[in-house]
Ligand binder design. Structure first.
Ligand SMILES: Cc1cc2nc3c(=O)[nH]c(=O)nc-3n(C[C@H](O)[C@H](O)[C@H](O)COP(=O)(O)OP(=O)(O)OC[C@H]3O[C@@H](n4cnc5c(N)ncnc54)[C@H](O)[C@@H]3O)c2cc1C
Length: 307
C-alpha cells in the first residue's frame, strides 16, 4: 500500500495512474490481486520521473505489457506497475533510406505492428498474428510460434533501467533463448524495453494478410480462445511438448476451483467462467508439475511470469 503522500507524488510524475487496481482487468487470465499503483506512462519524461521516484522512496516497480503472459498473485503487487502508451506506441521506418528496418515502440500492440507491416509491404512477422501482446512483452518473452520467434528479427533494443539511463543494445548484447530475452548487465525484470528495431523483408501486402489469416485459423482450431488464459502455461521441455506430457498424465479437464487444464489444448490452463483466482491457477500448476514429474521425471517450467 502506498500512503497518500506517495500517491500524490506519483500522480505528479504521471497523471494517468490508478491505485489499488485489480490486475484481473489487466491480464488475459482475468485473475490476480491488486497492484498498489498502475501508471499508464505516456512518454520518457514520465517514465524517468517515476523511476527516480521509486528509487528515492525504495518502491518496487515492474513493467507490464498487455498482460497476456503474467499472473499477479492474489496477495497483489505492492509497488508501481508501468504500462507504456502514448509515445511508446509508434511504428516507423528507422531511417528513410533503409526501407526494411523499422522501429516499434515497446507499448505498441502486436496487432498494430502487424497491420502497419502489412500496409507497408514488410513481411517476416506474420507468425505473430493472434498473439495478444505488446512489443515490449513480446521481445522480453522472445515470443514465437510456428517455428519462428521475434528474436530472429531484432537488431537493436532501446532500454531504460532503474538508474534512469537510456541505453541502446545490439542483438549481440542480448541473451535470446526459448521464451526469454535478457539484456546483458540487467536483472530479468530490470530492463524496460522502450523500443526495438527490426529487420524485415519486402513482401506483398495481400500475401502477408493471407499468411496471417492462415496462422489465425490454425490457432482457432487448436486453442481454447474463448476462455481466459495466458496461452501456453508451461515451456516445452527439450525434445518434447508440455501439452503432450500433460495429456499423457491424464490431466486434460483437471480442475482446482475455477482453473482448469483445457480439454482443447492441455498446455493451456484456463480460468473457466472467469471466476478463478490466482491461487486456483497456481495450485493447478503445482498439481500438473507434480503429476508430470512423477510419471516422466520431467519438471515443467512455467512460461507465464508470476509476480
Ligand atoms: C490466447 C493466447 C495465445 C498466446 N500464444 C502465444 C504464442 O503463440 N507464442 C508465444 O510466445 N506466446 C503466446 N502467448 C503469450 C503472450 O501473448 C506473449 O508472451 C506476449 O508476447 C506477451 O506480451 P505482453 O505484452 O502481454 O506481455 P506481459 O504478459 O504483460 O508481460 C510478460 C513479461 O514481459 C515483461 N514486459 C512487458 N512489457 C515489457 C517491456 N516494455 N519491457 C521489458 N519487459 C516487459 C513483463 O514484466 C513480464 O515479465 C499467448 C497468450 C494468449 C493469451
Amino acid at each position: 500500500m502506498l500512503n497518500s503522500r506517495q500517491q500524490q507524488e506519483i500522480r505528479a510524475c504521471c497523471d494517468a495512474v490508478s491505485f489499488d487496481v485489480s490486475m484481473a482487468a489487466y491480464s488475459t487470465f482475468k485473475a490476480g490481486g491488486q497492484a498498489a499503483a498502475l501508471a499508464e506512462v505516456q512518454n520518457l519524461d514520465q517514465l524517468s520521473a517515476l523511476l527516480e521516484y521509486c528509487r528515492r522512496e525504495v518502491i518496487p516497480w515492474r513493467v507490464i505489457g498487455r498482460g497476456s503472459n503474467i499472473l499477479v498473485m492474489d496477495t497483489g503487487f505492492n509497488g508501481v506497475l508501468f504500462r507504456l502508451g502514448g509515445d511508446f506506441r509508434t511504428v516507423q521506418l528507422e531511417d528513410e533510406s533503409e526501407t526494411t528496418v523499422i522501429s516499434a515502440g515497446g507499448g505498441c500492440l502486436l496487432a498494430d505492428l502487424l497491420g502497419w507491416c502489412r500496409r507497408h509491404g514488410l513481411g517476416g512477422l506474420e507468425f505473430l498474428a493472434g498473439i495478444p501482446g505488446g512489443v515490449g512483452g513480446t521481445v522480453r518473452m522472445n515470443a514465437g510460434a510456428f517455428g519462428h520467434s521475434i528474436g530472429e528479427f531484432l537488431q537493436v533494443v532501446s532500454i531504460i533501467g532503474a538508474d534512469g539511463v537510456v541505453r541502446k543494445k545490439t542483438a549481440t548484447a542480448l541473451s535470446l533463448d526459448y521464451r526469454s530475452c535478457m539484456v546483458e548487465g540487467y536483472g530479468p525484470s530490470q530492463a524496460i524495453i522502450l523500443s526495438v528495431t527490426l529487420q524485415l523483408q519486402e513482401a506483398d501486402g495481400e500475401q502477408i494478410a493471407e499468411i496471417m489469416r492462415n496462422y489465425m485459423l490454425e490457432r482457432k482450431k487448436n486453442q481454447p480462445l474463448s476462455s481466459p488464459s495466458a496461452g501456453s502455461f508451461f515451456k516445452n521441455p527439450e525434445g518434447d511438448y508440455a501439452g503432450r506430457l500433460i495429456e499423457a498424465a491424464g490431466l486434460k479437464g483437471a480442475r482446482v476451483g475455477g482453473a482448469m487444464v483445457s480439454p482443447v489444448h492441455a498446455n493451456f490452463i484456463v480460468n473457466d467462467g472467469g471466476q478463478g483466482t490466482a491461487a486456483d491457477i497456481l495450485e493447478l500448476m503445482h498439481k500438473v508439475q507434480e503429476k508430470v514429474r512423477k510419471q516422466t521425471g520431467i519438471f515443467l517450467e512455467p512460461e507465464v511470469h508470476i509476480f
